[in-house]
Ligand binder design. Structure first.
Ligand code: PGA
Length: 240
């Protein structure tokens, strides 16, 4: 694993944005994207690079890791809304080439298998960005005795509902389920970039850096992949 330890969040975001810029410009690449607070800085930088003509998303397809279920794409807390407002509306990407599981799918099981098909039809994901939950989750693959390989419907861990309730009026409003890429979906990407900022991520990051794998800390599964870059800040790496 390649490890890049940055002084702070801004530097982490800049390094991540550079890697994405180099992976997309003038290419027909397929990007796997994440939501949450961690990639916001990276999206802002990529949006301004794109505005200045330093980055080109015209040939790019994207697949997001996950979406709450049920949730409307128009709901400001949905990941579709987040991606459109924070990123897709600000770059030169064809919105029809951006994929996020449908939080209103009538049959979520079918939606998940269709999602896998769409990824396969587009030749798989070249570069996957992932964040880490404080409990070590990736996408919404929560710590458990068993993990599911492909895109599936999942229940959110109560700690995740609590962590994500900061975006909602109250914890009761956080959807309790989600559609998420599975561990195999994530590990099938050509390259994985793990982003982590802040001391809340230190415990999960340390487990990953131990090099062992455990279903009880899903981010450790990236140790099975041969092309992973960790970009984190000092707080996440060293704790405090
Ligand atoms: P965060 O979420 O970036 O908001 O910390 C990461 C995650 O839960 O995967």
């Amino acid at each position: 694993m390649k490890i890049i330890i940055c002084n702070d969040y801004a530097e982490m975001s800049a390094k991540a944005a550079e890697i994405v810029r180099d992976a997309v410009s003038g290419k027909k690449a397929c990007l796997g994207l994440a939501t949450g607070s961690t990639p916001e800085g990276m999206y802002d930088l990529l949006s301004s690079m794109c505005k200045k003509g330093e980055c080109d998303f015209s040939g790019i397809t994207t697949f997001n890791l996950d979406e709450y279920y049920p949730i409307s794409p128009d709901d400001p807390q949905s990941y579709r809304y987040y991606m459109n407002k924070r990123f897709f509306d600000k770059i030169n990407i064809d919105i029809n080439s951006t994929f996020i599981p449908d939080g209103l799918a009538a049959d979520p099981g079918i939606e998940c298998s269709e999602y896998e098909k769409k990824i396969a039809e587009r030749g798989g994901i070249d570069l996957q960005i992932i964040g880490i939950g404080p409990n070590g989750h990736i996408g919404f693959n929560e710590p458990d005795e068993e993990l599911i390989p492909l895109t599936h419907v999942t229940n959110l861990a109560s700690s995740t509902v609590e962590a994500n309730s900061r975006f909602f009026a109250s914890p009761d409003e956080v959807p309790k389920q989600a559609l998420t890429m599975g561990i195999k979906t994530i590990l099938s990407a050509g390259r994985i970039i793990v982003l982590a900022s802040g001391s809340a991520k230190h415990k999960a990051l340390s487990k990953m850096l131990d090099g062992k794998i455990s279903t009880m800390c899903p981010v450790t599964m990236v140790n099975l992949h041969r092309n992973v870059t960790l970009i984190c800040d000092k707080e996440a790496y060293y704790g405090r």
